[in-house]
Write a protein that binds this ligand. Structure first.
Ligand code: SF4
Length: 117
């Protein structure tokens, strides 16, 4: 009869068994950075007359974001950018916004990202 207690250890696992979470951790910037980024964006958006993108431009931007490694889908209904912390449905709908990694640009204004990243 086998009386030894069962003890599981990582060494019991086959080599192919992942020992770490294979998915990258999805983290947005700290609260202060988010607040500064959002404040900067909203001031510029309002100063520019709050221009909106059309549905086609917004869809193109979101498509680029979805394929980006900085896309944060922790809340699938409200995805965010891990680079700047912005809510992407809002960011992509504001014409003057642009990607902090320059993957898409502001519409009409052609300016740099508004979030100081
Ligand atoms: S805004 Fe730019 S960096 Fe952020 S998720 Fe979209 S493509 Fe990626």
């Amino acid at each position: 009869m086998h009386n030894e207690p069962f003890v599981f250890s990582y060494s019991d696992q086959p080599e192919s068994f992942p020992k770490k979470d294979p998915l990258p951790k999805q983290e947005i910037p700290g609260f202060l950075t988010q607040a500064v980024n959002f404040s900067t964006s909203i001031v510029k958006h309002m100063a520019g007359g709050m221009p909106q993108t059309n549905d086609n431009d917004q869809a193109k931007r979101l498509e680029i974001c979805r394929s980006c490694d900085r896309y944060n889908s922790n809340d699938p209904n409200n995805p965010r950018c891990n680079e700047c912390g912005c809510f992407l449905k809002i960011k992509t709908s504001w014409a003057g916004e642009s990607c902090p990694l320059k993957k898409w640009s502001a519409v009409n204004s052609g300016g740099d990202c508004d979030c100081n990243k």
